[in-house]
Design a protein around this ligand. Sequence first.
Ligand code: ATP
Ligand code: MG
Length: 442
Amino acid sequence: MRSRMQTQVHLVHYAELALKGRNRGYFESLLIKNIKEKLGEDFKVSRAEGRIVISPALDPNQEEVLSKIFGVKNYSRAFLVENDQLMEEVPKLVHMGENTTFRVSAKRAYKDFPMNSIDIQRKLGEALLAANPSAKVDLRSPQLDVRIEVLKKYSAVYWEKKEGAGGLPVGSSGKVLVLFSGGIDSPVAAYLTMKRGCRVDLLHFHAFPTAEQVKGTKITELASKLAEYEPRLRLLLAPYHYFYLYFLNYPDKYHLVLFRRFMMRVASQLADQNGYDALATGDSLSQVASQLMQNLKLIDKSANTLVIRPLISYDKDEIIQKAKQIGTYEASIKPYRDCCSMTSLHPSLKPLESEIVAIEEKVNYKEIISKTLDEVVEVELRWRDPRGYPAGSDPAPMTRVLAAGPARRYAHTPPEGKRAANRLPPSAKGMVYCMLARKLRP
Ligand code: ATP
Ligand code: MG
């Protein structure tokens, strides 16, 4: 029999999943499915006593992909060792320098294993000391923490643990359409919504004459960043110009709330037609005029579905910190022609509902919504398999092509993207290297 000595894997721990009681099996399967989908077919992903084992072990690029999968609490590169060979094999795996301090931390997930955790720790400690005479045991803050997890078929041995993205596996909590402005806040709101297990798509209202002009802006850049966390993420683009045309002649101090109510209506219809369970925004209470409690209430009255606001209690500093951590900040602060800066500079802080409704009743609202919905374009962001990248290389930038036409595939992949794509097996999925664009309504 081949010794497991050579077998290196990645061992994945998940936390909240374990709390999900009766749903646990479902959550585990979903997490495994998401990991398989992102890593591709070269990996065997299986469950073992409340852990997930990925085999073979991942390279640094693939590890980065794993670090962006929600539901993973932490992960480690681990060696698999036969249960009955622990005492002989572990000292061969652990290389300690002179005077290294260490401890052994054992967990016995397979309860029928004849030794308990304390005994494993003690015996293995002795074996490690015998192999490394200058080493010392330090139970409190050792330089090396040798971890052993005894599973049914084998034990996993590792000493480095990396933080995962946390949260719940995407797909476990429903489908949400995020109102996506491309500022600092809404990308973070999208991230947090995904982190709670939601499938997320983004809806952006743009102020360009055509959707094609959104190409190459921070909007597509941010969407592709977020797609690294959720490869199925779609970007929907809606025009702002019909709103502007119809409301132009009304006092611009009302525009902000009118516009936000308009976005809610369009988004609610899209939610109805496309099976979204909720909408989400990047609002944080009282951050700006439109986010005062009273205005949020007015805005929500125009939504006919649940609106979630993951950042409602966040300070701007906290949002910025999060944006930097998830990698969206740099793109978010790039200059952009956004609709909100084109609405009033001095919005009314507390417009009366009656004033707002009176204006809305004067315009042909049905027509504005219908015209806007007619021009909504769906942009699909493709995700490239991590196997397509040689270690250390950057993913190819996404294609800068987008057009509002009937389903067209853009072969206009940048040369580096094409090269990488050609190396892939046909079944491989890609990391944001090409975009499909089609009108949402035929
Ligand atoms: P953000 O980082 O999201 O731009 P902000 O502080 O600039 O935050 P506002 O401009 O007041 O916030 O917008 C509040 C929320 O409204 C945004 O977080 C987003 O959810 C939504 N929103 C604003 N503008 C747009 C837009 N052009 N398209 C889609 N949603 C938008
Ligand atoms: Mg904004």
